[in-house]
Design a protein around this ligand. Structure first.
Ligand code: CMP
Length: 140
């Protein structure tokens, strides 16, 4: 297994409840290292661009509105097989289906307010990291 990178967002429902540290602790305990992190207020254009792949979905407008409803923390995570390690600790998209011990089981409020986003492939991780970070902001 190789050390790889993935991209994570701590979503507005989690920042609103002051859970940035609690979520990050679970990421770190899963073997992931935060090699870049910034708290930002996404613009509508950024949220629409980031989630462009979902733009035909019926929930697209609500998803964008939710993602700009408060600050988010965007992070680059590094670790062995980082995409899978992150997805395993995040749990299922819908918290009703999430396993015990996952971030979404512990903290998510709904399928929309599900506390975290994580890249679903190495390819998308690179695209998503490049969307929010310059290489000189990532310090491994
Ligand atoms: P995320 O991993 O950030 O990628 C797309 C997001 O869309 C997903 O997490 C969910 O939060 C959200 N999502 C997926 N399905 C639905 C749905 N049926 N209704 C509302 N939001 C959804």
């Amino acid at each position: 297994m190789a050390v790889t990178r993935t991209f994570s967002i701590i979503k507005p429902d989690a920042t609103r409840r002051n859970l940035t540290g609690a979520v990050t602790k679970m990421l770190e305990e899963a073997g992931l290292r935060v090699v870049a992190s910034k708290r930002i207020q996404m613009t509508k254009e950024q949220a629409e661009g980031f989630y462009a792949v979902h733009k035909e979905r019926p929930f697209f407008g609500e998803l964008v509105d939710f993602m700009i409803s408060g600050p988010v923390v965007v992070q680059v995570l590094e670790g062995e097989n980082a995409v899978k390690a992150n997805r395993d600790v995040m749990g299922a998209t819908n918290p009703a289906d999430a396993d015990e011990g996952t971030i979404r089981k512990a903290y998510a409020e709904s399928i929309e307010a599900n506390s975290v986003h994580g890249s679903d492939s190495d390819e998308n991780a690179k695209i998503e990291i490049d969307f929010f970070f310059n290489e000189d902001e990532i310090v491994g």
